[in-house]
Design a protein around this ligand. Sequence first.
Ligand code: SAM
Length: 274
Amino acid sequence: MELWVTEYQTPSLGFSCKVTQTLRAAQTRYQHLAVVETEQFGRMLLLDGMVQTTEKDEWVYHEMITLVALNAHPRPEQVLIIGGGDGGTLREVVRHPGVKKGILVEIDEDVVQASRDFFPELCCAFSDSKAEVTIRDGIEYVRENQARFDVVIVDSTEPVGPAVQLFSAEFYQNVFASLKEDGILVVQSESPFFNADVIKMAYQGIKQSFPITELYLASVPTYPSGLWSFTVGSKQHDPRRPLTNYQEGCKYYNPQVHKAAFELPGFVRRIIEE
Ligand code: SAM
């Protein structure tokens, strides 16, 4: 008998992959966690039934959520990641030559453990000398740290459960305070096709605190609709212009893609201009 996993991306659309093995299925303190082996995308991590990452396409998201902000900042030395317990964003952060410290603050230690157990390509940075992994609520952590970071990356789940507040204007205001005077914030802000409301919430919320707010796009095959958005808030530097062209080992990111990612189709531009 065949086994398939389906993410219900909308109430009337499912994204299904053929599964060869279920490696873990457990309820954590915060969410349902599953790791399955799929034929198409290799190992896949799901939280509450939503695809978080897969072995075969993780690099698009992890390069794009990380390198745009890091290369737009002249000295991205101290970097904070909120969420991102799978480790992929941390891997890209500590790989960047300008980074001195990458701090990962993840609320659910079972996500970190699942990465250690099943995703060697993602968890490899947990033991890096530049990395620090803390199991805590990122909302509290940001509130307690003032003027400390050059770049803050919010690699969160969808705005449900513990991630709801990560999309609030109050949280972005606290992130602004946690950044140094020329700091940059980047958040994953979901699909322009299916989550225009989330993009509006992130963009408008960030705009309330940051003088520069921009949206950019990348193509992630396993995320709803395949077209994914990221929203950046910057205190000084123009996030659309890479100041350094670090791209070693990258499969998606390069300085041309960096600039082009900010060129938005009309329907996406209308979402943020409305
Ligand atoms: N790339 C993914 C995506 O867009 O689907 C996100 C990956 S990562 C696994 C998301 C992580 O954010 C989850 O492990 C979740 O536990 C964590 N998270 C959610 N709310 C959080 C909070 N308030 N503080 C810290 N981590 C949080």
